[in-house]
Design a protein around this ligand. Sequence first.
Ligand code: 13P
Length: 250
Amino acid sequence: MRRKMVAGNWKMHGSLAANEVLLGDLTAASARLTCDVVVCVPFPYLAQAQRRLAGSAIGLGAQDCSVHEQGAYTGEVSVAMLHEFSCGHVIVGHSERRAYHGETDSAVAAKAQRVLASGMTPIVCVGETLQQRERDETEAVVGMQLDAILHLLGDRMHDLILAYEPVWAIGTGRTASPQQAQDVHAFIRQRAQRHCQGAARTRILYGGSVKSANAVELFAQPDIDGGLIGGASLNAVEFLAIADAASAAT
Ligand code: 13P
């Protein structure tokens, strides 16, 4: 049985004042949630979020990390630093990092390896662009992204979390239908299970315009184990409603 999970990816949003309110609203309601809930905040807000989430059931995560352990890498943040702020999860390979920062499949796999080695859980993102979907290349693209992870971490699949985020559904309001998402999730699980039986236990989150209005149907799919939520994670009422849907499906 895979426990459902909802992870908020705040992306480059927030302010000390706004976070105070959002985190306060989330922690006040967290006792009722029976799924795992994590918020992945921008680096400068890790200390604030660590303090605000202390003692609550909501976990803290980061949105990226350096592929390097330490050293002269201006602007980079290491996994050891994230660990010091009680991060339990780190998103790696988000499509925005792949598209705007040139992250390759092998760099994403190396980051996931670093996160695991430091005792945290990577949330590894995969997903195709609209053009790739229209060319019927979804399985080829997602398969290649996944293979880089399987190559390096094939025996650790039960220790990481995967997130299928079709690029065409991110921030567009255009969600994959529950069946479209389920088809890719099932493909990912089968491919991962060929390398590692433990992949039966790997949680695969869906991300891309998840809202309270579509969460119930998405989370009812057999291979969708929760959501990676962008825009809707900035609104406490909406994010909690999505977490309620995951809790009900657990
Ligand atoms: P939206 O929920 O805003 O579409 O973003 C999804 C996402 O990219 C989460 O990582």
